[in-house]
Design a protein around this ligand. Structure first.
Ligand code: NAD
Length: 276
């Protein structure tokens, strides 16, 4: 399929890796124009190269910046308007993992770090886009990526889960507030995917080796998350192996007019992992 995103101009955050990258590539295949934002410039360089090989580079601008910086968020919006004349989609993937710290062991510093990147920065990049959408009367789609853990117990630590729960509430609040302006806000809740998010983590290997007490027990999981995910124990005949492209399809739907009647909704794309 192609052209499902004709006329769409998107900022895709976290576009250098994992689900954000898979989505950026799928958006381009569907004829979307995109500003690919990530704070790791070398990843955007690799994306640029891949897109050039696909012959789609005319529709790509890369922007190295952090979603934690208001200035960078504003610059990403400006980059879209400068390159493509407008902006009507925000697809926000950038985020960080914690190290599965439970409520009694998390430190204030670690809590603040995760909340700043996952929750506060989600508000910042949303606000930067809204400051463009509203005065310009842009009918837009905003897609915030949370986690199945935000609503189904836990597949991470308390800071991560609370941060993603906060993003769900942020999305609900904005969906209510701006629906009347033709701005839709929906979320995607991925289940566990093996991406760079754990190896990138500020806590390194600890993120994957910590005890699994906080992990959803309904799946039978009670050992280290690394073993659990790498051995694919959760991939039974009931589940399929997680691939970022499974998320990209949902992100195309939410950015496109096919989802025009969807506001304040969520796509949980997790293989049913937490069904127990
Ligand atoms: N991987 C999983 O198991 C999983 C499960 C549920 C939800 N999620 C969520 O999905 C989203 C994407 O995760 P992923 O697994 O594809 O991660 P990933 O690490 O592969 O990609 C995330 C990208 O975001 C970038 N990034 C991080 N902080 C940034 C910042 N401050 N500013 C700009 N860019 C920044 C990173 O450089 C990276 O390229 C995240 O929000 C994550 O919380 C992931």
């Amino acid at each position: 399929m192609a052209n499902r995103l004709n006329g769409k101009i998107a900022i895709v955050t976290g576009a250098g890796s994992g689900m954000g990258k898979a989505t950026a590539l799928e958006y381009l295949r569907e004829n979307c124009k995109i500003v690919a934002m990530d704070n790791k410039g070398e990843r955007l360089g690799a994306l640029q190269k891949e897109v050039e090989e696909m012959g789609l580079a005319a529709n790509l601008v890369t922007f190295t910046g952090s979603i934690t910086s208001n200035e960078d968020c504003d610059k990403a919006v400006e980059a879209a308007v400068k390159a493509f004349g407008s902006l009507n989609v925000l697809t926000h993937f950038a985020g960080c993992m914690d190290y599965f710290a439970t409520a009694e062991e998390v430190t204030d510093e670690d809590w603040d770090y995760v909340i700043a990147i996952n929750l506060t920065a989600s508000m910042r990049i949303s606000r930067a886009c809204l400051k463009y959408f509203l005065p310009n009367e842009i009918r837009a789609s905003m897609i915030l990526v949370t986690s199945n853990g935000a609503v189904q117990g836990s597949t991470a630590g308390v800071a991560y889960i609370a941060s993603k729960g906060g993003v769900e509430s942020l999305a609900q609040c904005m969906a209510f507030e701006y629906g009347r302006n033709g701005i839709r806000v929906n979320t995607i809740q991925p289940g566990p995917f093996m991406t760079a998010i754990t190896s990138d983590s500020a806590w390194g290997a600890k993120a994957m080796a910590n005890k699994g007490a906080a992990i959803h027990r309904g799946t039978g999981y009670n050992k280290s998350s690394r073993d659990w995910i790498l051995t694919g124990e959760w991939v039974t005949e009931r589940y399929v192996a997680a691939d970022p492209k499974h998320i990209a399809g949902g992100a195309v739907y939410l950015a496109s007019d096919e989802s025009a009647f969807m506001n304040s909704g969520t796509l949980r794309i997790d293989g049913g992992i937490c069904l127990g």
